[in-house]
Structures are given as structure tokens and as C-alpha cells.
Design a protein around this ligand. Structure first.
Ligand code: HEM
Length: 550
């Protein structure tokens, strides 16, 4: 690995297969056409209806003014915030470069919920309250822009790769997203991957048992996040490519191991390449490492796509059009010609990437907090085994009867939004927020970490309280928070594509583990803090004991 393989042979082969397949009637073994859907998720409409009256009042105090005697709108220049030098000092000398989420809290305490940060020629507007997030998100247009993601683009430009879903913008993004939404976005579509996920989870539990038995105490897993990372990679590859990649084998295949290492290193180095000036690239090791690790990530993706194309061709040759069994996501997109070969190569490595750190870290935090809160874990065990007794494998329909399980996941994501800082750039028009008028192309930084720990929305925000998400009775609104208080999957048409898959995977895994084990902290574990490595990760290895219940 190390160099992205030439895509021309692969692309030619894919184009050939797609042309043949487009003329065929195909059997969709796994995915039922009844659940196929189009369009983008209109979450906003639902969210608005859920705002409790009290919060609507609060919202209007921070909302744009109306009426004739409306006060003068203020400008960007009137917002407070640290200048470039102070920001650099905070990042590099005070060490916040790996703790940007904590810097949000510090700046909010100093400047209030809206402040600027200046970096070179660019001034960003930071928003750190739920009503402010709501105002900006509700003004976004048809093609929301998250961030220019310059360093990701530089890699793709350098290697002649097309932009994937994360970095395309405008109509090109819309086309990609419209295609990718199919067989992914809706809960009913995600549910079709239940069997595939359960198969991977069974292997994960076997692997976990192996790791436990090899430990000195016979029940300890010294690095839970690492093991869950392997689960998440195996699961997303199986869903995307219908291919097992050996992550849960005792000895992981070399290319899979390289991919795993490369994702970690790419993220780690990307923090530095984002903030260090371009002239430092030949002098410092970060840029080279960053680029090489991206190459490895793409090599892995290209290899998987190539194998899928070969598989389709072999089926065609052996049994003709009726012999092709189409079931998975990539298979569907290729045979329906929803994506061009170049788009597939540009997008799929990003999809694998999106599906790994996210779910694995969330699951790690959930298990860590369940271990620290045995009474919550016991209640969850009771809930899970009340619906799915030991020995039975949970199915998607079971989760309708597991409100606490869902609340545990929500509360985990509130405390640790995997993407602690997101952004939006509104290009179409000026944006009015809280009495300020911002010019087109202003970058708004959405400070999710500090917003979802706001005590005015979540009392005792630092403590793990899944019950805050539960309603005690039908007419009880206490489990409903401000709709933008915790939005870990983002918002609107550009929100997380894999949300339903992620939720299903986390529900299936947590319910299986809690059904079978009592999870406790390993001796000397102590407090685990979070580090912002673009995604939010534990600052140290999380070691837990899995005590078999039956
Ligand atoms: C706990 C799990 C996950 C969390 C918390 C999460 C969170 C997010 C967030 C915050 C965004 C940005 C949304 C916005 O800008 O409004 C995002 C985007 C995205 N996520 Fe996830 N994600 C998770 C799992 C997954 C999985 C399993 C996939 C697998 C396919 C995935 C695929 C994507 C993609 C493709 C985008 C970009 C969408 C676009 O730009 O149109 N995510 N995710």
C-alpha cells in the first residue's frame, strides 16, 4: 500500500459491468422495493413541532427582531472574540489543539454564546446555544455547505480522485446525496441490514470472549474502543460491500490492519495540517504522513470496489443475468447506475471512514458510563431481557419496546457528540442571527459539545442521566428537550447519511452485551476524559470487565 492504485482498469471494468447490468432484470434478494425511498430527510418540520412552549419563548428572546421599531442590526465587527495571536496561543501553547471542545466552553464563559475566532484572513462566527444553532440551521438553503474541507480536497486533487460526499458542494453534492440516500436513509431501509449486523455482532462477541479469557482475570478487555473499532469496520464493510474483511479474526489481514492504522494516523495528523501554515509542510512530518495515510485509505476502498465488480462479472459469466444475486448497497448503486465509477471510488472510502470512529467511540462511552452507573445498567438489563430473553437475538422490531436503551444512546451522544464542532456556510444570502447581520459566505461554527452541556437545557449537564430522555406518561413533556439542544447527527438535508444504520448497530450491540454480561470498570480505571481528534475520542484506553451473567 502507500500509493493509490491506478483507477483506470477498475473504472473500465466497472463501466462494462454497469452497462450489461442496466439491461437486466435483477433479483433483489435482501432489499425489498417497498422500502425504497427518494428525497432528503425533512427533519426540521418534525423538530419544530416538538419545541415546548417555554423554550419557544426563550427562543424568541434570542431570535431576529420583527416590527417597525426593530433595532439596528449589528455587524460581525461588533462581536467579541480572541484575535489570531491569542487563538494561536490557546491552540498551541495552552494545548487546546487537541481539546477544541473544551476551548468552546472557555470562550463561551468569556464572550457569551456568540463570538468570533480569527485565523489568518478568515473570521468564523461561533454559536454556542441551542436557539442560535436553530436560527442558523433553519436558514440553510437547498445545498447546505458544511466546511470547505481544504485539506481533504488537496489530497483528492493531488491524486486525481473525484470528491466524495463529504467534500462536494452544490448540485454535485445534491446528486450524490440523492443517490446515496437510497437504501440507507430511512429506518425501514436500515432495518434490512439487521441480519448482516447480527452476524457480525455474534462474531464480535466470540472475539470479545477470546480477549477476556486471555486476560489475567479471565474477564477483562483492556482496550474496549480498539475492539469496538474492529466491530464497526467489519460491520460497515459488510453493509457496503457484502464482504467480511477479517477485523474480528485473531490475526487481522494486513491490508485491513493498514487501513485501521491509516485512519487513526490521518485524523491525528489532520489536526496539525489544518492549523499549521502551508510553508511548514516540507519542514515538518505531518503533511507527508497525512497524505500517505489518505492514500492507504483509498487503496483499501478501491480494492473492495474492484472485488465487487469482479464478483458481478463472474456471476454474469457463470449464470447470465438471472444468476446475479444483488443484495448490498454498492451492488445496488452500481447496477442502477446511480453513481459513476469515479464517484464510487471517491465516495466509498469516505463512507467506510464515516461509519467507524463514530459508532465505535459512542459505544465505548456508553459502556464506560453504564459501568460507572450500575443501577442504570441493571434497569437496562431488566428492560432488554424483558423483551429479548437470554439466548434470543434482538431484532429491529424489539427496540420499539426498549425506551431506556434508546435513552442511553441519546444521553451518550449528548455528553460526547462524536462531531463536537460542525459548521455551516450560507452562500445564498446574508444571515440574520440574534440581532446581527452576517454577510454571505460567513462560516458559522456550531459548538455542539458546549451546547449539549448547557445547564439551561439539560440540568446537571455533566452527569449521565438517560432518564432525562424518557417521558413518564403520554402527556408528560419532561423528556422533550429543545430540538437543537443535542443534535449529534446534525440537521436537515445534509445531516448524517448513516444515522439509521448507526442507531441500529448500536442498539443491536448494546442489547446483546447487556443481555449477556454485567460490565464493570477494571481496577484502577479512573476518570476518562475526551480528546478532540476531529472526532471526540477517549483520552486513554478504556478497560472494562465483562462478567458473564448466565
Ligand atoms: C454514532 C454514529 C454517528 C454520528 C454521531 C454521526 C454524526 C454525523 C454528523 C454530525 C454529520 C454532519 C451532519 C451535518 O453537517 O449536519 C455526519 C455526516 C455524515 N455521516 Fe454520520 N455519524 C454517525 C455514523 C455514521 C455512519 C455509520 C455512516 C455510514 C455510512 C455515516 C455517514 C455519514 C455521511 C456520509 C455524512 C455526510 C453527509 C453529507 O455531507 O451529505 N455516519 N455524521
Amino acid at each position: 500500500m502507500g500509493r493509490v492504485v491506478s483507477g483506470s482498469k477498475l473504472l473500465a471494468s466497472q463501466t462494462r459491468s454497469m452497462a450489461v447490468l442496466s439491461r437486466m432484470r435483477l433479483r433483489w434478494a435482501l432489499l425489498d422495493t417497498r422500502v425504497m425511498g427518494h428525497g432528503l430527510c425533512p427533519q426540521g418540520a418534525r423538530a419544530k413541532a416538538a419545541i415546548p412552549a417555554a423554550l419557544r419563548d426563550h427562543e424568541s428572546t434570542e431570535g431576529p427582531g420583527t416590527g417597525q421599531d426593530r433595532p439596528r442590526l449589528r455587524s460581525l465587527a461588533e462581536l467579541p472574540g480572541p484575535g489570531t495571536l491569542r487563538f494561536l496561543f490557546q491552540l498551541f501553547l495552552r494545548g487546546y489543539v487537541l481539546h477544541l471542545h473544551e476551548l468552546q466552553a472557555l470562550n463561551k464563559a468569556k464572550y457569551g454564546p456568540m463570538w468570533t475566532t480569527t485565523f489568518g484572513t478568515r473570521t468564523n462566527v461561533n454559536l454556542a446555544s441551542a436557539p442560535l444553532l436553530e436560527q442558523v440551521m433553519r436558514q440553510e438553503g437547498k445545498y447546505p455547505i458544511r466546511d470547505s474541507m481544504e485539506q481533504w480536497k488537496e489530497h483528492r486533487d493531488h491524486k486525481g480522485l473525484s470528491y466524495g460526499i463529504f467534500i462536494t458542494q452544490g448540485q454535485q453534492w445534491y446528486h450524490l446525496r440523492h443517490s446515496l440516500n437510497q437504501r440507507m436513509l430511512k429506518p425501514a431501509e436500515a432495518a434490512l441490514y439487521t441480519d448482516a449486523l447480527n452476524e457480525v455482532i455474534s462474531d464480535f462477541i466470540a472475539r470479545l470472549d477470546q480477549v477476556r479469557t486471555e486476560s489475567a482475570s479471565g474477564d477483562q478487555v483492556p482496550d474496549v474502543a480498539h475492539l469496538l473499532y474492529h466491530l464497526a469496520l467489519e460491520a460497515i464493510c459488510y453493509i457496503l460491500f457484502e464482504k467480511r474483511v477479517g477485523c474480528l479474526e485473531p490475526s487481522i489481514p494486513e491490508d485491513t490492519a493498514t487501513f485501521i492504522r491509516s485512519v487513526g494516523l490521518m485524523f491525528k495528523n489532520s489536526v496539525y495540517v489544518t492549523f499549521l501554515p502551508k510553508w511548514s509542510r516540507p519542514l515538518l512530518p505531518f503533511w507527508k504522513r497525512y497524505m500517505n495515510n489518505w492514500d492507504n485509505i483509498f487503496s483499501f476502498g478501491e480494492k473492495m470496489i474492484h472485488q465487487k465488480v469482479q464478483e458481478i462479472e463472474a456471476q454474469l459469466q457463470a449464470a447470465g443475468p438471472d444468476g446475479v444475486q444483488v443484495s448490498g448497497y454498492l451492488h445496488f448503486l452500481l447496477t442502477k447506475e446511480l453513481l459513476s465509477p469515479q464517484e464510487t471510488v471517491g465516495t466509498f472510502p469516505e463512507l467506510i471512514l464515516a461509519g467507524v470512529d463514530t459508532t465505535s467511540n459512542t459505544l465505548t462511552w456508553a459502556l464506560y458510563h453504564l459501568s460507572k452507573n450500575p443501577e442504570i445498567q441493571e434497569a437496562l438489563h431488566k428492560e432488554v431481557t424483558g423483551v429479548v430473553p437470554f439466548g434470543k437475538v434482538p431484532q429491529n422490531k424489539d427496540f420499539a419496546h426498549m425506551p431506556l436503551l434508546k435513552a442511553v444512546i441519546k444521553e451518550t451522544l449528548r455528553l460526547y457528540p462524536v462531531v463536537p464542532t460542525n459548521s455551516r456556510i450560507i452562500t445564498e444570502k446574508e444571515t440574520e442571527i440574534n440581532g446581527f447581520l452576517f454577510p454571505k459566505n460567513t462560516q458559522f461554527v456550531l459548538c455542539h459539545y458546549v451546547v449539549s452541556r448547557d445547564p439551561s437545557v439539560f440540568p446537571e449537564p455533566e452527569s449521565f442521566q438517560p432518564h432525562r430522555w424518557l417521558r413518564k406518561r403520554e402527556d408528560d413533556n419532561s423528556g422533550i428537550q429543545h430540538p437543537f439542544g443535542s443534535v449529534p447527527f446534525g440537521y436537515g438535508v445534509r445531516s448524517c447519511l448513516g444515522r439509521r444504520i448507526a442507531e441500529l448497530e448500536m442498539q443491536l450491540l448494546l442489547s446483546r452485551l447487556i443481555q449477556k454480561y454485567e460490565v464493570v470498570l477494571s481496577p484502577g480505571m479512573g476518570e476518562v476524559k475526551s480528546v478532540s481528534r476531529i472526532v471526540l475520542v477517549p483520552s486513554k484506553k478504556v478497560s472494562l470487565r465483562f462478567l458473564q451473567r448466565q
